[in-house]
Design a protein around this ligand. Structure first.
Ligand SMILES: [Mg+2]
Ligand SMILES: [Zn+2]
Length: 267
């Protein structure tokens, strides 16, 4: 058996670390929901978010105004506590998100946990001379496609996971997410890894539709309380015994379990 050297916690951001979706939060609070909904069928999501930033700017909303809304995004103390504990225990914490660097860094910094993350993989931003926030795609899909048909053109989270997996050090992953675009990386996890889908949301639905496709063990959660508690538990066990094979009976509960049991031959 190869010795596991590192525990990597890879987090989605919206509806995982924070309770809401940061794009929705900004659009709703600044009154752009109607325009967003009108334009949504006409362009890729990532281009639409950039377009909305352009509209905000042309109507006099500054980056400071956006930041003032971002720092009001609710982030559960259970989650910040789990993040700080994981960081203090020596876990490698990273984010992979379809939001953008400005939104994520502003929120994490305000909550005092930005320094806990070694990497934030998301859509980059730039600030133009006139103060307009530009949101760019993570993968430049105009020059070439990332080739994954499960993911939106601007970001394949599975490719990000593959890159981290490819390092020479043996890593065990804990992947936490809720969305449809968290399914691609979940499929790429191995038997020593853990996937933690948020119950009743699209990642969980996709996993439950055929758990045999998932090699990692599945640990579902419902809210920030439960996720915080489960992460603290996992960290304490896995950091003490890096090669421990955690019995899924200890953790896995609920609706996905019966299909997981039959798929993996457990009783
Ligand atoms: Mg999400
Ligand atoms: Zn993908």
């Amino acid at each position: 058996m190869v010795e596991i050297k590192e525990l990597v916690m890879l987090f989605d951001f919206d509806k995982t670390i924070i309770e809401c979706d940061s794009d929705d939060w900004v659009i709703q609070n600044l009154g752009f929901t109607e325009l967003f909904n009108t334009l949504l069928p006409t362009m890729p999501y990532n281009s639409l978010m950039d377009r909305i930033m352009g509209e905000l700017h042309s109507q006099g909303t500054t980056i400071q105004d956006i930041a003032e809304w971002l720092i009001k995004v609710p982030l559960s103390p259970n989650i910040t506590h789990a993040i700080k504990s994981a960081y203090a225990s020596g876990c490698d914490l990273r984010i992979v998100s379809n939001a953008n660097t400005f939104f994520i860094e502003t929120i994490l910094k305000h909550n005092g946990v930005l320094h806990c993350f070694s990497e934030i993989n998301t859509n980059p931003v730039s600030i133009e001379e006139d103060g307009r926030l530009k949101i760019l795609p993570y993968h430049d899909f105009n020059s070439s496609s990332h080739g994954c048909n499960l993911c939106p053109p601007n970001l394949c989270k599975g490719l990000v996971l593959r890159r981290i997996q490819a390092s020479s050090v043996k890593k065990r992953f804990v992947y936490v997410g809720d969305g449809k675009n968290d399914y691609c990386p979940s499929l790429k996890l191995t038997t020593i890894d853990y996937v933690m889908p948020r119950k009743h949301l699209p990642l969980w639905d996709a996993i439950c539709s055929d758990p045999t496709l998932i090699s990692a063990s599945i640990h579902e959660w419902e809210d920030a309380n439960e996720l915080g508690r489960m992460l603290i538990n996992l960290i304490s066990i896995l950091m003490m015994k890096p090669n421990h094979d955690l019995a899924f009976e200890d953790y896995v509960s609920g609706d996905c379990k019966s299909s997981y049991d039959s798929a993996h031959g457990s009783s």
